[in-house]
Write a protein that binds this ligand. Sequence first.
Ligand SMILES: C[S@@+](CC[C@H](N)C(=O)[O-])C[C@H]1O[C@@H](n2cnc3c(N)ncnc32)[C@H](O)[C@@H]1O
Length: 228
Amino acid sequence: MISAIPCVNIDKKEDKVFLFKRKLSDICERAMRAGRRIDLKGCNYGETDGCCRFVARPTNYYYFLAGLVKSEGLTTILESGTHCGGSIMSMSRGIRSRHIAKSKIVTIDVTYKNDEGFRGYPHIMRLQGDAASDSVVEKVVGVFKRPLDLFYVDSAHEYGHTKKTIDLYSRRLRPKYIALDDIRLSGEMKRFWRELVDKFCDNAFDASEIVGRKKAGFGIIRWSEQTK
Ligand SMILES: C[S@@+](CC[C@H](N)C(=O)[O-])C[C@H]1O[C@@H](n2cnc3c(N)ncnc32)[C@H](O)[C@@H]1O
């Protein structure tokens, strides 16, 4: 169970109460607008299990992720669930040129696909293994010397593993944002998302409509605000 933290959506400073400056919905809309202007040529989804065996184009949420990175100026990014690399390559395209030197990007997967495609992205660190295993967590924590800007979770789409992965990395790396794919995919994912909304209130936003992912679902958590 996620521990119950009361929904406090105000920020107390010097006895004054401020409302959050920006709504998550506004941040997401801005991210999608920014993302549509980013060239994601070559950031293909790749192999699928569905009727279409190979998706040779970027998916909608790649534009959102790239736009979020760009519009929020994010530089430290962790992904659980690399697959062929389309999403992490898209996020890397969103990094502003003046931020590249200080950026750090890591992606984890139990598989190791698309070696050739990754040759153009030597700055992306790839780790092979179970994202929720102790050995992988320790390696990742050792790489990031400062809090994460973005943790994108798109690996085993089941309640237990998703919760464990988010808990493990958030506790150690205190991400500013967590993006979560497939929040409408199954009963387990819907349940997990409901728990996140109960815990994070206005700091959890179902961005599925904005991202263009109404069926599978896509959520954003402003983790750092809730846990200050
Ligand atoms: C939906 S795909 C990721 C798609 C990719 N993020 C994208 O958007 O292009 C899910 C990936 O998670 C990986 N995966 C499944 N269980 C995992 C685990 N326990 N740890 C790390 N990766 C895992 C799978 O091998 C698969 O490549």
